[in-house]
Design a protein around this ligand. Structure first.
Ligand SMILES: [Zn+2]
Length: 172
């Protein structure tokens, strides 16, 4: 709970002015309002998402795609597998964009009680979530390793940095 810098009055959450003395309250950056999620929690949430997606997507994608690869050049396991994995990436991108754009949390993040927030304090939206999910769905190793090297203080993946988002512990 914040206190007024001028008079020490206990301020209500999200107050812009002190109700006691009227002093302006400086906006609080999200990284000090929230506690950053640990990489361990984020990686665990990622694997929960991947397992859920895998259980749903791989059977569906297989049913739809394998007949097509059969028509193209006879039954080809390698084509079939690449098509299924390609489609899985697209599905996981749409899944993360929707869940994190609308709820700020994928199912894995809900399980780990963490969420995505915008660093400017505004609510999450679909475009921000799409940018943030792009790296995770298609370029994860680069996205993650560059984030570790470039943005260790805020624990951002490269695409968290580009979309100006942070992953934080969700308070209840
Ligand atoms: Zn005051």
């Amino acid at each position: 709970m914040p206190y007024c810098r001028r008079c020490g009055y206990k301020l209500p959450e999200d107050a812009l002015f002190c109700p006691n003395c009227g002093a302006a309250v400086p906006p609080i950056p999200p990284e000090s309002r929230f506690e950053l999620a640990d990489w361990g929690e984020r990686i665990a949430a990622y694997f929960i998402d991947i397992i859920i997606l895998g259980l749903i997507i791989v059977p569906i994608a297989s049913i739809f795609l394998w007949p097509w690869t059969y028509l193209i050049g006879g039954f080809r396991w390698d084509w079939g597998m690449s098509a299924v994995f390609g489609l899985s990436n697209v599905f996981s991108f749409l899944y993360w964009t929707f869940m994190e754009g609308v709820y700020g949390q994928s199912l894995g993040k809900m399980a780990l009680k963490i969420k995505v927030v915008r660093a400017d304090g505004k609510p999450m939206d679909i475009v921000t979530a799409a940018i943030e999910s792009l790296g995770k769905a298609f370029l994860l190793p680069i996205d993650f390793i560059l984030g570790l090297i470039l943005y260790p203080q805020k624990q951002q993946r490269l695409f968290n940095y580009i979309s100006n988002t942070l992953v934080v512990k969700a308070r209840r």
